[in-house]
Design a protein around this ligand. Structure first.
Ligand code: APR
Ligand code: ZN
Length: 251
């Protein structure tokens, strides 16, 4: 199976990757729905919806600060680095991710589409103020702050710049992702349960336009039925084996 996947990737003209929380599981960032998923112990409707934020901004901010703290300690794993290497080799043209953990950017991926936002970015609930706390170096002090974070421009409440359930995805990112999926002749799907839309349309668009689907996941998912190759194993292991084979094919 790895051999077949490596051949398809090496032969592809426009390959993209579509990733979910599972690619960061080996960086010790909890997934949402897998066996020890976050939504088993936390209720998304109480934390990741606009209503929850309106009802109890302190609770929602404490959840997101806990995740920012946790994810701030995470480092990219071999699967993230493999995708950055495939981009440098000219095989992978883009990574479309549902993850908000910034690990693809940190691993060196250049053409990155973040469909669900970025947990280190905050934005104002009234004006168009935005700040990436990792880039501005203010993450530490922000996490220590006990009061609700306020916009330095207009004083309104700040919120995490991530997409909550029931909210639209960032239009530009979604349009770019669909354009890439229509153009792609192969999509490498890693670590997603494939049940959250519209993101989960991405692999289907590649399939419908005649492209190949390679899936990496230790469990079956909503994508498995359309996968041409299903690598039933963790992302780190699969990507390391894939890179060994690819290097041999494209020399
Ligand atoms: N390697 C690869 N895949 C893994 C690994 C691993 N080491 N460990 C777990 N997985 C798989 C699980 O089997 C599961 O299919 O990763 C998938 C994670 O699925 P979810 O937790 O549902 O994450 P995701 O698909 O990214 O969720 C989509 O839902 O909660 C919202 O906005 C949030 O972006 C998220 C969206
Ligand atoms: Zn403001």
């Amino acid at each position: 199976m790895i051999e077949e996947a490596a051949k398809l990737l090496a032969r592809s003209r426009f390959a993209i990757a579509f990733t979910g929380a599972g690619i960061s599981a080996e960086s010790r960032v909890p997934t949402f729905r897998g066996s020890n998923g976050l939504w088993k112990t936390h209720r998304p409707e109480e934390l990741a919806t606009p209503e929850a934020f309106r009802r109890d901004p302190h609770l929602v901010w404490s959840f997101y600060k806990w995740r920012m703290e946790l994810i701030g300690k995470a480092r990219p794993n071999p699967a993230h680095y493999a995708l950055a290497e495939l981009e440098r080799m000219g095989i992978l043209k883009a990574v479309i991710t549902q993850n908000v953990d910034d690990l693809h950017r940190e691993a060196g991926t250049k053409n990155l589409i973040e469909l669900h936002g970025n947990i280190f970015r905050v934005r104002c609930t009234s004006c168009d103020y935005k700040e990436n706390l990792k880039e501005s170096g203010r993450l530490e002090e922000f996490l220590k702050e006990k009061d609700l974070p306020k916009c330095p421009e207009c004083g309104s409440l700040l919120r995490p710049d991530v997409v909550w359930f029931g909210e639209p995805l960032p239009r530009k990112a979604l349009e770019e992702a669909f354009r890439l999926a229509e153009r792609a002749d192969l999509v490498l799907v890693i670590g997603t349960s494939g049940v959250v839309y519209p993101a989960a349309y991405i692999p289907q668009i590649v399939k419908e336009t005649g492209g190949k689907v390679i899936e990496v996941n230790p469990e079956e998912s909503g994508i498995t039925p359309i996968a041409d190759v299903f690598l039933r194993c963790p992302a780190g292991e699969a990507m390391e084996k894939l890179m060994e084979r690819i290097e041999g094919l494209v020399r």
